[in-house]
Design a protein. Structure first.
Length: 168
């Protein structure tokens, strides 16, 4: 039972860290979205895409150096490529919701734009959490397995030192 509750604690901790970075990313996304909407003549979905791209860059830094800092760092090119691929899919999900609401249903007031931008972020976040933790920021071997190997190596080194002392 202890291992199960430990695993549950680990995933709850990961979700909290993902949520902290993601929450800050949502704020960045909505801030940039509204800034672009109110300072330019760009269409709503184009403003949404720009905001999402800025948030993706912000989130990568947060996920790599905070949420998943303990994950495998040996294949950064692969990690970044997969991050951008899954982020692009999330961008389509997120702004697809905004597009359907705006152009499909005609809900195009600033309040409606923000509501559906937020809903799109929420739907895309579920996809991103799953894809990032499964494919992008891959877990290192379990700490228990690493500790077992380290203990075995230490015993072997001690055994080798004893043999050298006996020979000397």
């Amino acid at each position: 039972m202890e291992r199960g509750s430990s695993g549950l604690r680990r995933i709850a901790h990961e979700v909290a860290k993902f949520g902290a970075v993601g929450g800050a990313g949502v704020l960045v996304n909505l801030l940039v979205f509204n800034l672009v909407r109110h300072t330019t003549d760009l269409q709503v979905v184009r403003a949404g895409v720009i905001a999402t791209v800025v948030a993706i860059a912000f989130n990568y830094v947060g996920f790599r150096y905070f949420t998943y800092r303990d994950r495998d760092k040996s294949r950064r090119t692969r990690e970044l490529t997969l991050f951008l691929l899954f982020s692009a899919i999330g961008l389509v999900i997120e702004n697809g919701v905004l597009y359907v609401a705006t152009y499909g249903f005609g809900w195009n007031t600033p309040l409606q734009n923000n509501i559906f931008k937020f809903v799109g972020i929420g739907v895309a976040t579920l996809f991103r959490f799953w894809s990032y933790r499964t494919w992008v920021f891959r877990a290192l071997p379990a700490h228990g397995a690493v500790a077992d190997v380290e203990a075995l190596l230490k015993k072997e080194r001690e055994k080798a030192k004893r043999k050298q002392r006996v020979r000397a």
